[in-house]
Design a protein around this ligand. Structure first.
Ligand SMILES: Nc1nc2c(c(=O)[nH]1)N[C@H]1C(S)=C(S)[C@@H](COP(=O)(O)O)O[C@H]1N2
Ligand SMILES: [Mo]
Length: 173
């Protein structure tokens, strides 16, 4: 074997080994991401009626994308493209009739909670449960994100009534 062939073969073998090692190394993080998504659940509560909603259900109800302005105390207003389902469509899917209800309370893992009136929830294209921002899944709290779910009130100028890390939606009579 001449030297040139030897060097070329060696480079190919080294590149192949690097490729295999990097695939193996990325597998646990892909697995973890799947678990986070698999466990991404929201509890819907209406009196004694309680249902657990997961990413597949939300995904099925999702009709498309919408734009909303993110404006927090520490950031300037920036418009983003979100993907999610309208909250009224989620209630509709689970046959929860909002017409004689007063409000909806959304709560998060950190103890934050916020109330939306039934009127604003029933407005078209106003209140969404979102899981993707600019085409990427929202990261969980552990990963420094606002997901896996965040509620958005499109008509709100500021973002203080959004519920990050959303885990529970309760209907109030
Ligand atoms: N779960 C949860 N959601 C929350 C809050 C919070 O403390 N916990 N703060 C609210 C307020 S006051 C603002 S301004 C924004 C904060 O967004 P930021 O984390 O990007 O600053 O989220 C809102 N939603
Ligand atoms: Mo805030």
């Amino acid at each position: 074997m001449n030297k040139r062939v030897f060097v070329v073969s060696l480079v190919i073998i080294v590149l192949f080994v690097i490729m295999i090692v990097s695939i193996k190394l990325s597998q646990p993080s892909i697995q973890k991401q799947k678990e986070i998504l698999a466990n991404a659940e929201i509890v819907l509560v209406d009196g004694d009626n309680e249902v657990v909603v997961g990413i597949n259900e939300i995904n099925n109800i999702t009709v498309g994308n919408f734009k909303a302005v993110l404006d927090t105390s520490t950031t300037d207003p920036v418009e983003h493209n979100y993907t999610g389902a309208q909250l009224k469509d989620i209630f509709n899917k689970y046959n929860i009739d909002l017409s004689d209800r007063k409000a909806v309370i959304l709560s998060a893992v950190d103890g934050y909670s916020v109330a939306y009136s039934i009127e604003e929830v029933l407005l078209d294209k106003n209140v969404y449960i979102t899981y993707k921002k600019d085409g990427k899944f929202l990261k969980s709290r552990n990963e420094g994100g606002r997901g896996p779910y965040e509620s958005i009130v499109v008509s709100d100028k500021f973002s203080n009534r959004r519920c990050k890390w959303l885990t529970k939606i309760e209907v109030i009579k």
